[in-house]
Design a protein around this ligand. Structure first.
Ligand code: IPD
Length: 265
């Protein structure tokens, strides 16, 4: 299996690098919204579509028997037991506005479990990667999450969904939590937020309403850097709730989010 994961990692890195270059160099100055999804603020640009096409085309060439799940609609079963989970641009709104915090996120799952994760953030000049059981890295640097802080010293990341009712509920949780911690960032890319937990740039991260392509790669990278990831107490990270933080801080954060009802709208 190490030969397989090494191959999957090299394919993921090359796909992310090619898509990252396209997105960085090919972004039209007058980039606009090509379509909307769940609401008028949930947008897709022509570059999301072009980057997903590039990635799925590359994967079809290199790994023709694998399954696919992509944010912009790629979906196929495959027969190899491997499935690729792809977000061509995580942080589309940042990309649209020209803010630098966006990433290409690619995970490979084997029998339903993430075994390889790559998050390439070209405008940060950083590509994060992890293989299950083998640690997380950025270039030569091994990533390790920051040790658990006192609750009131924690720097958190979070994000908001695109639906009005959900946002109102998320604002309510934020209203309660913000006075209890050091601060809360809203970076605009869940994949990068999870990598920031892995790097020790955030103590923790939580969000309700993510899709698998937003967190599959980043959550593996956070875990391989020593963080715990999950959802509500006892549950795995999911669209209901995704939480990532160092052991010792993960548990109180998860418990507080449960008390605040961060998992419902
Ligand atoms: C979004 C980003 C954002 C998060 C949203 C996601 P997208 O992904 O990860 O940080 O708050 O929930 O939908 O739409 O830019 O791929």
């Amino acid at each position: 299996n190490q030969t397989l994961t090494a191959e999957l990692l090299s394919v993921a890195l090359e796909a992310a690098e090619r898509a990252g270059t396209l997105l960085k160099e090919g972004r039209p100055a007058d980039l606009g919204v090509a379509a909307t999804k769940t609401s008028s603020i949930d947008v897709v640009t022509e570059m999301d579509i072009a980057a997903e096409k590039l990635i799925t085309g590359f994967l079809a060439e290199r790994r023709p028997h694998d399954g696919l799940l992509g944010e912009e609609g790629a979906s196929s079963e495959g027969s190899s037991g491997v499935r690729w989970v792809i977000d061509p641009i995580d942080g589309t709104v940042n990309y649209l506005y020209g803010l630098p915090s966006w990433a290409v996120s690619i995970a490979a799952e084997l029998d339903g479990e993430a075994v390889v994760g790559v998050v390439a953030a070209p405008l940060r000049g950083e590509t994060y990667r992890a293989v299950r059981g083998e640690g997380a890295y950025e270039g030569e640097r091994r990533l390790r999450c920051r040790p658990a802080p006192a609750f009131e010293q924690a720097l958190l990341g979070t994000g908001f969904g695109y639906l009005t009712a959900r946002r109102a509920a998320q604002a309510e949780v934020l209203r309660m939590l913000l006075p209890e911690v050091r601060d809360i960032r809203r970076g605009g890319s869940a994949a990068i937020d999870l990598c920031d937990v892995a790097c020790g740039r955030l103590n923790g991260y939580y969000e309700r309403g993510l899709n698998p392509w937003d967190y599959a790669a980043g959550a593996l990278i956070a875990r391989e850097a020593g963080a715990l990831t999950g959802g509500r107490p006892g549950a795995a990270a999911s669209g209901e709730l995704t939480v990532a933080a160092a052991p010792g801080f993960f548990e109180p954060l998860q418990a507080r989010l449960e008390e605040l009802g961060a998992w419902h709208d």
